[in-house]
Design a protein around this ligand. Structure first.
Ligand code: SF4
Length: 461
């Protein structure tokens, strides 16, 4: 299909009408079926594809507030964000139950916003507990400014699994002029989570000003692989209230970012095994690190093919390496071919990591994810239909890209009970959408208001 053809993208009307997955799952006894069907429809359900095989969804965002203490130049939030109310606990519980009905045990829920840490610690603890009580996994997505040690301790005690710090140059933090300088903050955040039973991850938005620093950043993550589980790179997208709009399409592509990661790790990383969702949206790769030694993890296809075939089961806990490794060892014992493949694999890896191992360093796994969000006005139907990254809206799960393209419509929608009665309205009773107070303006709206003020000040003078 010709990508230049306008009809390739969803029209404004189609975006507006794009439906959520509803409050109830369509196939309650086979929760992965909708994703699997979507993948099959577009010929994406290859043997190396994990979406629909090991999970019905990769993750779902639970936005508990739209407020934020930063104003990133590529923020995905929308104009009304600072004006709507925080989602109350009873409504969050309703959405958490809805998530479990759709995707079942071990679903990865991103507690996000805005910045979720603007809610109180007791609220956050309650949210984590509600997720844990339904046997699902929770991750706190934050810029880290308010994520104190005290907060992280309370949340990990309540059962939080992961903390994901967003740190990059789009945040324009005072006194930091490069990604390299921001490593100071990253180290401080690692330290805050130290010793807690939390996986630590980092998010980085890739844009023109930090593209050339990606190899340095990747090398920093690899050097700290002992404390970091995943580093996710998100390509600039023209969506939301951020003042920087479309990416430089020559500079920032999936291919160019993959290449920067290769340079940063010094490894010939492969991104085609295993696959996670649509390859135009997601690229995934994983390395093993011991001291300064590094090696690619998934470079033995026959072995991993066999392993995935034996282990792949929707609803299992795939996030904890110890659980997966234990299962793999147990399977190997009863399967000589797998056992032999496993011995060969570990021998090869130990050899590649020998320098680090000989210095007494442990082996750590570091995952890399490259996420290619779509521009709000360039949503491809195929990718929206096979989306693995959803948002829990009042009406049910919806693809994150579609949600971003019509955020104001979604975040201002009242929640209703099964009889259609409104149970919660996110809009304050006295909100004048056209004249939001200046303190509630961020991103483009604030820029426009500032310009207006400057023009009228000039006229007066
Ligand atoms: S959020 Fe967008 S880019 Fe990500 S998987 Fe869904 S459709 Fe693809």
């Amino acid at each position: 299909m010709n990508i230049q053809n306008k009809s390739f993208y969803l029209s404004a009307e189609e975006i507006k009408e794009f439906q959520t997955a509803g409050l109830e799952p369509e196939f309650p006894t086979d929760l992965a079926k909708p994703l699997r069907d979507g993948m099959e429809k577009y010929g994406l359900f290859a043997p190396e594809q994990l979406a629909g095989r090991t999970f019905p969804i990769a993750c779902i965002a639970l936005e508990i507030t739209q407020r934020c203490n930063l104003d990133c130049t590529l923020c995905y939030l929308s104009d009304l964000a600072e004006a709507v109310k925080d989602v109350p606990l009873f409504e969050l519980e309703r959405r958490i139950e809805m998530i479990h009905a759709h995707y079942g045990d071990n679903t990865n829920i991103q507690i996000t916003g805005g910045d979720p840490t603007l809610r109180s610690i007791p609220d956050l603890v309650k949210i984590v507990e509600m997720i844990k009580a339904r046997n699902m996994r929770s991750a706190l997505f934050t810029n880290g400014i308010k994520a104190s040690r005290k907060m992280l301790e309370a949340l990990s005690q309540a059962g939080l699994n992961d903390v994901v710090f967003h740190v990059d140059m789009t945040q324009e933090r005072n006194g930091y002029k490069s990604e390299e300088e921001l490593n100071k903050i990253r180290l401080e955040y690692i330290d805050r989570a130290k010793g807690l039973p939390l996986r630590v991850m980092f998010n980085t938005t890739v844009f023109e000003d930090n593209f050339r620093e990606i190899p340095m950043l990747v090398s920093f993550f690899a050097d700290n692989a002992k404390s970091i589980d995943l580093s996710s790179f998100q390509l600039q997208a023209d969506t939301g209230r951020g003042v920087l709009r479309a990416r430089d399409a020559q500079l920032i592509t999936q291919e160019s970012v993959m290449q920067q990661l290769r340079e940063g790790t010094g490894l010939d990383l492969n991104y085609d095994y295993p696959l996670i969702g649509h390859s135009d949206c997601n690229k995934y790769t994983s390395i093993m690190v011991s001291g300064k030694s590094r090696t690619v993890l998934f470079d033995d296809r026959p072995f991993f093919n066999q392993l995935f075939k034996m282990l792949a089961k929707v609803g299992d806990n795939w996030a904890e390496p110890n659980i997966v490794i234990r299962k793999a060892i147990l399977k190997s014992i009863t399967n000589p071919a797998l056992l032999w493949g496993g011995v060969k694999f570990w021998f090869k890896k130990a050899w590649a990591l020998k320098a680090g191992l000989m210095q007494g360093k442990g082996i750590h796994r570091l995952n890399f994810f490259i996420h290619n969000f779509m521009d709000a006005e360039k949503l491809e139907f195929e990718r929206c239909e096979t989306c693995i990254f959803m948002v829990a809206t009042a009406d049910g799960p919806l693809s994150m890209c579609v949600h971003n393209a019509k955020r104001d419509q979604m975040i201002s929608k009242p929640s209703r009970d099964r009889n259609g009665k409104i149970i919660w309205n996110p809009l304050p009773e006295t909100l004048d959408k056209k004249n939001l107070p200046l303190k509630k303006l961020k991103g483009r709206l604030r820029g426009m208001a500032d310009n207006k003020r400057r023009v009228s000040a000039k006229k007066i003078n």
